[in-house]
Design a protein around this ligand. Structure first.
Ligand code: AHR
Length: 546
């Protein structure tokens, strides 16, 4: 178990820092902005894969230890060591998948150290994250039990950087093989008879950096080698995800696509050496500080910094499109998936906390970063098949914060909750008509309205963000191709963009948005400054010729 740290000194509850207060407060005084948009409910786009709402848990700080895992002897209510408040909160999001054990940690992890009786498991040094001693008390069986409790699909990242092909091959045999094979026998000896289902299999992590310092071509060869020996056992079909680019390194994606060659989009074929990889990932964090050592405070920022953060967050769409364009050139039928398996804000750690634990608070700003990411994901759902927020609990843009037996739902959590109806829904085109409102962000112009929509089971879900820090936004949504009935809107906001939730104060909460009206197929809503809203309504599309 990791040693408890100084996290108690985390940021104060809600008061904005003095510098921010002057510019961010006073929102009510600014005159409302206006935007017009068109939603075509009879023009279905691609399905929004539920795995775009995926999660990520690394052995880093208090994500696993203290976040998911408290151990069987803990006073925190748990099932076999897994904390139940966290499970309940994530089940409420319909969490589709969980990526583990890293991140950079994955390429230092040797899975055999984390199976068998806990008291006999060897320890190791978590060299990337705080240089702390990892006791391996949370290992394969604990992770799979967690996924079962969550109802989430496991996404296991194999160690390519410092592990062997044999080690990876044996891990997947251990996890998924039913018969009397050596690894299946070992699993049974460790208390699990039935194999598990493991759909998602990562081939390393950030191989250009912490995952081995490789060039793209060297990694592509290695990914094919690891992929080849990561077999499908029985009914388990692996979706192998090759580790991809940092941000806009499209060349990396191109090299991986070229190396798929004759394997392009080939389905996994067990035991015949034709397995390789079916998807390519990339990572993109929202980092705005001038240098790596000055990423800025998660809670203490002024309006300029806020707008620059939003500009950076909106930039994810250009990067998704860039990777997708490269992939289209090699794979026009879109058989290879694009996976953004790490995204989110990355600020300076909270003062007084371990710099290696990446603990940061989470404000309305983070919620809006999440909202614009999801809009971009929905628009690129034809190629982007999975995304994983970094990270689920207590690390970076966490959806949950724990401290002892307390649990805090962050503003980002609420965006996942309000948006969950988009999972496995059909995307719908939503386009701005005329000029969209904007604000200056550094040298550039930031469009302050973001939106997306989908339909499922006769219901339409529209997500709307007003990124303006000061002014409300009147949205007029012209719904075409169907009737609208019974609109219901909810909004997430607080008095200022730096507001955040703690164990004793929850100023960032969801409430009904009353300022919504329907007239002649036009929905109008007034979004408060710096807010995220969802509108749901029933729809009947017009038959052709109506
Ligand atoms: O999420 C934290 C770290 O960020 C991950 O371990 C690594 O993959 C990335 O650089």
């Amino acid at each position: 178990m990791l040693i408890d740290d100084e996290r108690a000194a985390a940021a104060p509850a809600t008061a904005p820092p003095a510098a921010a207060a002057a510019s961010v407060l006073g929102a009510a005084a600014a005159p409302a902005q206006r935007v017009q948009a068109v939603l075509d409910v009879d023009l279905p786009g691609p399905r929004i894969n539920r795995h775009l709402y995926g999660h990520f848990a690394e052995h880093l700080g208090h994500c696993v230890y203290g976040g998911f895992w408290v151990g069987e002897d803990s006073e925190v209510p748990n099932e076999a060591g897994i904390r139940l408040d966290v499970v309940e909160a994530l089940r409420a999001l319909d969490i589709p998948n969980l990526r583990w054990p890293g991140g950079c940690f994955a390429d230092t992890y040797h899975w055999r150290d984390g199976v068998g009786p806990r008291e006999q498991r060897p320890t190791m040094v978590n060299s990337h994250w705080g240089d702390v001693v990892e006791d391996n008390s949370f290992g394969t069986h604990e992770f799979m039990a967690l996924c079962e409790l969550l109802g989430a699909a496991p996404y296991v990242s194999a160690n390519v950087g410092s592990g062997t092909v044999r080690e990876a091959a044996e891990w997947i045999e251990y996890l998924t093989r039913a018969d009397d094979s050596p690894m299946a026998r070992l699993r049974r000896a460790n208390g699990r008879d039935e194999p598990w289902s493991v759909p998602f299999w990562g081939l390393g992590n950030e191989p250009w950096g912490c995952g081995g310092g490789m060039g793209a071509a060297a990694y592509a060869e290695l990914a094919r080698q690891f992929g080849t020996y990561s077999l499908d056992h029985g009914d388990n079909h692996l979706y192998r995800i090759a580790a991809g680019a940092a941000d806009a390194d499209y060349r990396w994606t191109e090299v991986l696509m070229q190396n798929l060659g004759r394997y392009l989009g080939a389905g996994p074929v067990s035991g015949h050496g034709t397995n390789t990889y079916q998807a390519i990932s990339f990572h993109h964090y929202t980092i705005t500080g001038p240098t790596w050592d000055e990423k800025g405070s998660a809670t203490g920022f002024d309006t300029d910094e806020y707008y620059r953060t939003m500009l950076k967050a909106r930039g994810v769409e250009r990067i998704i499109a860039g990777h997708a364009n490269v992939m289209d050139a090699y794979d026009p039928d879109k058989r290879v998936g694009l996976v953004l398996d790490e995204w989110g804000t990355w600020f300076d750690v909270e003062p007084g906390t371990n710099p290696g634990f990446l603990f940061q608070q989470n404000t309305v700003r983070d919620a809006l970063v999440a909202a614009v990411h999801f809009d971009a994901f929905h628009r690129h759902a034809d190629r982007l098949v999975m995304a994983n927020i970094a990270q689920t609990v207590n690390v970076l843009q966490a959806v949950l914060l724990t401290d002892g037996d307390t649990l805090v739902l962050t503003p980002t959590y609420h965006v996942f909750a309000m948006n969950k109806g988009h999972q496995d829904a059909t995307s719908l085109p939503l386009t701005v008509r005329g000029a969209a409102p904007s604000r200056r962000a550094g040298e550039e112009e930031l469009t302050t309205f973001s939106a997306s929509a989908s339909t499922k089971d006769g219901q339409v879900l529209v997500s709307l963000s007003n990124l303006d820090a000061e002014a409300p936004l009147e949205v007029a949504l012209h719904v075409r191709g169907g009737t609208v009935t019974a609109p219901h809107a909810r909004v997430l906001t607080a008095d200022h963009v730096s507001a955040h939730n703690t164990a004793t104060s929850t100023p960032v909460a969801v409430r009904d948005l009353d300022e919504v009206h329907l007239r002649d197929g036009v929905l109008t809503a007034t979004l408060p400054a710096h807010s995220f809203a969802t509108v749901t309504f029933a729809t009947v599309t017009f038959a052709t010729g109506d």
